[in-house]
Ligand binder design. Sequence first.
Ligand code: MN
Length: 330
Amino acid sequence: MALEHDLTAAAELLRTAREVTLLAHVNPDADALGSAVALGTALRRRGATVRVSFGAPEEIPETLRGLDPDGLVVPARDVPPTAEVLVALDCGSQGRLGRLADRVGATTAAGGAVLVVDHHASNTRFGTHHVVDDRAEATAVLVLQLIDALDVPLDEHIARCLYAGLMTDTSMFRRATPATHQVAARLLAAGVDAEALAKELVDSHPFAWLRMLSAVLGRAVLEPDAAGGFGLVHTVVYQSDLEGLRVEEVESVVDILRTTVEAEVALVLKEVLPSRWTGSLRAVGKVDVSAAAARLGGGGHRLAAGFTAEGWAGEVLASLRAALDEPVLI
Ligand code: MN
């Protein structure tokens, strides 16, 4: 019921907004960017001036470019300091906006509204309005509810953006409820070409990807006693592994690692700068990896979480091992 109320308040806010800035999290994925472009497109159809952006990288990741055929996305440097309405999508905390995080305080100080639309359990509710539901499979599902509340008809472009988020956040519908498929059915009926979209978003890689996988998977380590005896499998991706590859290519590594039956938890440590790392954690279903990520200053979902850390790879692994030592069980 609380969500119903929040949805009504958010729709009310968006219905009268003339100028809306929509922000995805840094290094946007298909759910963050697809949600932002879908809602932005719906608001534009209603006559509002909209822009979509994200704190980093400078440009839209190559695989996601097809989600913005109308050019709603602007570089972060072109996002004005304040907005009438600022919408943060798929961001569990203000920090996930990266260099655009300051727009939240500036907007509220100037009398504007900040709407947070998200499905992370760790959401800190940093806005003035919230549509936050950790039972939603994707932020895209919440955006569809907002679009329905605004009475904007689904068209192929909006549906495609939402399907992109739903498909990827459910690991290609591996995690799905009857409601997930009902949402998917509506989006497909609006004209989405699911096969072409899957090929574009997840099933296309340059040849150099094979070499990277071979090196990175070849150095994977299994620690059966780690994570409270549930098992940990991990590997490291160095900057040198990624030459000639797009940033999104590395995401595939954790999806392969997490299939290891001897390990409940999978970790990929990616070197983003010398001595600076991002960690991607996945769990099968017993260990809450968002709790372990939180111990390292990160966050996320129970079965998929992340963090950033400094030091050499062995040190970061040691602190992660310690954070998983007495795992929070689901
Ligand atoms: Mn998401």
